[in-house]
Ligand binder design. Sequence first.
Ligand SMILES: [Zn+2]
Length: 424
Amino acid sequence: MKRWVKWSALAVPVVAIGYVWIGVDVRPHVEYVPEEVVEEVDSTLLPPDVYGIPMSGFTLVEGKVKPGATFGDLLAEHGVPMTTVHALVDEAAPQFDVRRLRSGHPYAFIFPADSAHKPSYFVYEADRVEYVVFGLQDGELSVRTGKRPVKTTEHQIACTVTGALYNDLARAGADPALAMHLAEVFAWTVDFYRIQKNDVFTVVYSEETVDGHRHGSPRILAARYNSGGRIKEAFRFGEGKAVQYYDAEGNSQRKAFLKAPLKFSRISSGFSGRRLHPVQKVMKAHLGTDYAAPYGTPILAVGDGVVEKAGRTGGNGNFVKIRHNGTYSTQYLHMRKILVRQGQRVSQGDVIGEVGSTGLATGPHVCFRFWKNGVQVDHRKEEFPSAEPVAKEQRASFDRLRDSLGTKLDEAELALAQGRLVNF
Ligand SMILES: [Zn+2]
């Protein structure tokens, strides 16, 4: 049931109001919410084919898995002998673990028209797309999975920010999950903490539907952010793992980090779970990398961002912490002098302080700390997004794609200006 796993991972996130504003990189997700199915309804007017089973000569009884109900309970309740249940569990094992039955998910029993006591099939809906059909006929127990067709459609929408982007998108008729995806696409170029009222987001995106219901996550093909005439654009281009978002000139949306916060230095202590603390002389984790350099050496911001903290604590001494985007932050400790203020915007390579030995330090160095989604990681082991532009040989096809998507963005923007919706 690979499909199920995939579904869970991509499950449509319900983004809390203001989610994007607080920039937390945790994605809440909701269980698959099945359509309302009337409990235990005998249906006589059935389509000719249900779950790939020709229905002539059969009747269908539908229901939803009750909380706490097991596969065995359900089948026993509908007249399937326990010996058959056990045999089915084994039969199903390679494809479907029957312990994964979830409450609230729809199921169906299919009975021969001439017997209301002995079902021929049991069908369980694992999600909107995939279902599992258990054949219950004597001597020919079987298990197979089936899929409903998934339809992909393209949409374009322009949306004026009035409050939380999530709500504005929902009001405009788009999948509000786009808010989170926009924050990812523009993570390096737009500060989502500083979005203003009347800014406009325009998006061309594709989404999948199953039986007319949204399925999975929307995919942004192109996006434009207009903040008082300052425009940022992103176009999705590439294949497989190489897919990236580029600006109109074909430059990557992503920005690399400098490898170190000092131009010339040596690493005096690496990142580790445990080390002997040079001052406290006890074993402690060292969740940073120390770069030793003479007093006064300029300390550089490794990437664009906003100074989140600039201050002093006993252990850290004078320090600066920079938030680069919703995912990454960096911190620089033991400064002799801090050269930035809290709230200040900095660019990659800006001097933010001078090397010192304030706080718990034996000699002049910067203790450089790198945070990813709120957790300190060894930045030298991280794989950062490539910031390479579109390759020369792909430039022509990128330009064609950008032009066609750009036209769609223009259309959506024009429609917003004229107060109508396109493609909805
Ligand atoms: Zn350190």
